[in-house]
Design a protein around this ligand. Structure first.
Ligand code: UDP
Length: 477
């Protein structure tokens, strides 16, 4: 139909809840601001998709379609690979199906742009073939993006492991950070995973643009550095903060119960404790955290997951088994803390929790979504990074934005109970608490402005879609 002025784009998420939901929320925002856009979301999966993704898929507006590509089976991948590589290999194995899907779409509708998750960059190879502009949706911090673009240079300049560098590393526009806080995947430079990753960050530069889920006012330094003329990077578009407005699939009684428990607590008195969709602590760390919470004498709402000794992200890519997480808590803990605490083992309604007036702090693994959700709801953080780029987010939150505190980790990688209690008290009461709350209040304010009618991110999205609209019109002449 030559009169059809719809802007058709295709979107390819990464694998796992944490890489599906953000790009869908971005798609929703796009069509809400620009109803002449139509999105087709093409989803690669490893094993069967987690049930948590279903709710969001079922509630998509009519101008977002989705389809699943045939499942890649975990047994098809080499065993024991880091999560990032599993995600990438799943995408690699899905490429032939993706090609088919794009081909049949392109026969029916004129596709203008292909937007893919950062872990699905290989999909961008098809953009040229189908005459589409290519974009990466980067659902991590702009600082992390700046670091990624800088990595090849750092790799050339450095001979040792990054964590052995004595001084913090400086990247233009970013808070200097110690090598040990860099992405987990760059911690062993002799590994195959590192080489793979280095290749991966180099390929980010081939896109026509990178859309980053952050906003100018929160990451002015890295965003200005990234968008500077002559930086040699692709165009960078800060489009955030994009977060979900309610947590879907709170069909579970445990999840709802915690909200009525919160209703009974005093304003700003509760510390919410969660390590994201996949973070798991060691058994020893669960015990120290529990005893620390108890020692702190503060109210808490804790999402407890069964421990894992092998990896800190055991539950990330696939649904966790039904191990009863409560059996790993210290004996008598639940009984002793029944007045102060509420423990939840199911999927927590995180958005409802963070927006609840009783919540005054968030002990978080600092996944980017959790970090943004905390900022949007104005809740100061205790940063407890575990894997991926969480250490970098922790540095941004504590040293850059000064809206959080970071506990000290002992030489065995454990945060001891006394340290847990100390950092909780600092966050929840006294002078430091007030300062953190004030800083967070300011950040919350600018976060809400960024996506208002004349906000910085709204303007950026308009620029982007204008480019697409012009292309559609040009093609019609
Ligand atoms: N989340 C939730 N309930 C849970 C655990 C996680 O709603 O019990 C949501 C949380 O609100 C966030 C996402 O899952 O939107 C986790 O993303 P994040 O980037 O913080 O961490 P990841 O899970 O990717 O490590």
């Amino acid at each position: 139909n030559f009169m059809d002025k719809t802007i058709h784009i295709a979107v390819v998420p990464g694998v796992g809840y944490g890489h599906l939901v953000p790009i869908l929320h971005f798609s929703k925002l796009l069509i809400q601001l620009h109803p002449d856009i139509h999105v087709t979301c093409i989803i690669p999966t490893l094993g069967s998709p987690p049930s948590s993704s279903e709710t969001i898929l079922q509630t998509l507006p009519s101008n977002i379609d989705y389809m699943f590509l045939p499942e890649v089976q975990p047994s098809d991948l080499p065993q024991g690979l880091p999560m990032e590589i599993q995600i990438q290999l799943t995408v690699t194995n899905s490429l032939p199906y993706l090609h088919e899907a794009l081909k049949s779409l392109a026969l029916r509708i004129p596709l203008v742009a292909l937007v893919v998750d950062a872990f699905a960059v290989e999909a961008l190879n098809f953009a040229k073939e189908f005459n589409m502009l290519s974009y990466i949706y980067f659902c991590a911090a702009a600082s992390t993006l700046a670091w990624s673009f800088y990595l090849p240079k750092l790799d050339e300049e450095t001979t040792c492991e990054y964590r052995d560098l004595p001084e913090p590393i400086k990247v233009p526009g970013c808070v200097p950070l110690h090598g040990r806080d860099l992405l987990t995947i760059v911690q062993d430079r002799s590994s195959q995973a590192y080489k793979y990753f280095l290749q991966h960050v180099k390929s980010l530069s081939f896109a026509d643009g990178v859309l980053v889920n952050s906003f100018l006012e929160m990451e002015m330094g890295p965003i200005n550095a990234l968008t500077e003329e002559g930086s040699g990077n692709p165009s960078v578009y800060p489009v955030g903060p994009i977060i979900q407005t309610v947590t879907g699939s709170v069909d579970d009684a445990n999840g709802l119960e915690c909200l009525s428990w919160l209703d009974k607590q005093q304003s700003c008195s509760v510390l919410y404790v969660s390590f994201g969709s996949g973070g798991t602590l060691s058994h020893e760390q669960i015990v120290e955290l529990a005893l620390g919470l108890e020692l702190s004498n503060q109210k808490f709402l804790w999402v407890v997951r069964a421990p894992s000794s092998s990896s800190s992200n055991a539950a990330y890519l696939s649904a966790q088994n039904d191990v009863d997480a409560l059996q790993f808590l210290p004996s008598g803990f639940l009984e002793r803390t029944k007045e102060e605490g509420f423990v939840i083992t199911s999927w927590a309604p995180q958005i409802q929790i963070l927006s609840h007036s009783s919540v005054g702090g968030f002990l978080s693994h600092c996944g980017w979504s959790s970090t943004l959700e905390s900022v949007v709801h104005g809740v100061p953080l205790i940063t407890w990074p575990m894997f991926a780029e969480q250490g970098m987010n922790a540095v941004l939150v504590t040293e850059g934005l000064k809206v959080g505190l970071r506990p000290r980790v002992n030489e065995n990688g454990i945060v001891e109970r006394v340290e847990v209690a100390k950092v909780i008290k600092r966050l929840m009461e006294g002078e430091e608490c007030e300062k953190l709350h004030n800083n967070m209040k300011e950040l919350k304010e600018v976060a809400s402005n960024a996506l208002k009618e004349d906000g910085s991110s709204t303007k950026t999205i308009s620029q982007l879609t204008l480019k697409w609209r012009n292309l559609v019109q040009k093609n019609q002449i």
